[in-house]
Design a protein around this ligand. Structure first.
Ligand code: TA6
Length: 299
C-alpha cells in the first residue's frame, strides 16, 4: 500500500522507492528516504537525534517540526501564552485524506483545529492543514492556514516556519545564495546586538561555528551542498530563512545525541520577521519543495 496509517504515524511509499514517515504528533516528518538521481540505494535525508522523543511527550529533536503561530519566544501580544515555536509541533494532528496517489506523487493531508488544550492559550479561530507530497526525488510540505472567523476585521496574525533538520556533514556544508542579505544573529549575547541587522558577506555560507541566523527577504531558492551530496530547497510565501547549527552549544540540548550537531544543518524557510495578517475567511499557504541533488546537476 502506498499509504499506511499506523497507530502513531502515516507512511507514504512512492512506486519508485522513496519513503516518508510523518508522526501525527506535530505532523512532524521524521524520515525521508530517497535515492540520488540515477541511483537505487535509498538514503536518509533528515536528521533525528537518537535521544529525540517520538512518543508525543516533547517536540521531536529532528525531522521537520512545524513552527506555528510564533517563531522562537512569542513577541506578538496575542501569542503571549504560547511557548517557544508555538503549539503546532506539540499537538496531535489528524489524518484527513489521501490527497494524491499516482506515479507523480503520493500525498496526504493532516489537519489541526482549535481544541480544549489550544483555545485557552490561543483563542483565535483557525484551521491548519498540512499537505505532504512525496515524489521519486522530492518532498513537498505545504502549510495551509485558514482564518475561520466569520467576523469582518477579525484578522489572524501569525508566523510560520518549516524547521528542516537536513542530514549532512555540518562542517563541510555550504548554503547559497545568501550574500548581501540582511540577517539577525541570534548567537549575539545582548538583546541590542541581536536586534541589529548584519549583512551577509559570504558568497556561500559555511557552518564551521555556532550559527543561528535569521535572513530576511531571502530568495526562497537555496542550495545546501557538501562534497558528497546536496539538496535544493524552494519555498513560496516563506520569505525568510533561518540557518541554525549549535556546534558545542548543542551539549546544552538535553535531547541532542552526543555530537549530533556534526550530522545536520537546519535550513528553515519561514515567515518570521513580522507577521502574516490573514483576514477573516481567508487562507494563506506556505510551501517548500526539497529536492535531491545540486543546482548544477539540474541546470
Ligand atoms: O530555528 C532556530 C532556533 O530558533 C534556534 O534559536 C534554536 O534554539 C532552535 O530553533 C531549536 O529550538 P528548540 O525549541 O527546538 O530547542
Amino acid at each position: 500500500m502506498p499509504v499506511s496509517n499506523l497507530h502513531d504515524r502515516v507512511v507514504l511509499k512512492h512506486p519508485k522507492g522513496s519513503i516518508v514517515e510523518i508522526l501525527f504528533y506535530g505532523a512532524t516528518v521524521i524520515s525521508w528516504r530517497a535515492a540520488d538521481i540515477g541511483a537505487s540505494e535509498l538514503k536518509e535525508r533528515l536528521f533525528v537525534s537518537s535521544k529525540a522523543f517520538t512518543d508525543g511527550s516533547k517536540p521531536v529533536r529532528g525531522g521537520i517540526p512545524v513552527v506555528f503561530p510564533c517563531f522562537g519566544a512569542p513577541t506578538h501580544p496575542e501569542h503571549s501564552k504560547l511557548g517557544q515555536h508555538g503549539f503546532a509541533r506539540n499537538e496531535v494532528w489528524s489524518l484527513d485524506s489521501v490527497a494524491m496517489d499516482n506515479e507523480a506523487g503520493v500525498s496526504v493531508r493532516l489537519t489541526l483545529e482549535p481544541s480544549h488544550k489550544i483555545t485557552p492559550i490561543f483563542p483565535k479561530p483557525f484551521h491548519l492543514s498540512y499537505v505532504v507530497t512525496l515524489a521519486e526525488h522530492q518532498l513537498s510540505t505545504d502549510l495551509h492556514v485558514k482564518n475561520t472567523s466569520g467576523t469582518a476585521g477579525d484578522s489572524l496574525e501569525f508566523q510560520a516556519l518549516l524547521h528542516n533538520y537536513i542530514r549532512a556533514p555540518a562542517d563541510q556544508v555550504q548554503v547559497a545564495p545568501l550574500q548581501h542579505l540582511q540577517y539577525y544573529d541570534k548567537t549575539e549575547t545582548s538583546d541590542q546586538a541581536r536586534a541589529l541587522p548584519k549583512v551577509e558577506a559570504r558568497a556561500a555560507v559555511d557552518i564551521i561555528r555556532y550559527t543561528d541566523s535569521v535572513y530576511e527577504d531571502a530568495p526562497q531558492n537555496y542550495e545546501v551542498a557538501w562534497p558528497e551530496g546536496g539538496l535544493k530547497i524552494r519555498s513560496v510565501n516563506l520569505k525568510d530563512v533561518v540557518i541554525w547549527n549549535p556546534q558545542e552549544e548543542g551539549r546544552k540540548i538535553a535531547d541532542m545525541e552526543e555530537d549530533g550537531w556534526k550530522h545536520y544543518i537546519c535550513v528553515e524557510p519561514g515567515f518570521v520577521r513580522g507577521f502574516v495578517k490573514l483576514e477573516a475567511g481567508k487562507t494563506w499557504i506556505g510551501q517548500q519543495v526539497i529536492s535531491v541533488g545540486r543546482l548544477v546537476e539540474s541546470a
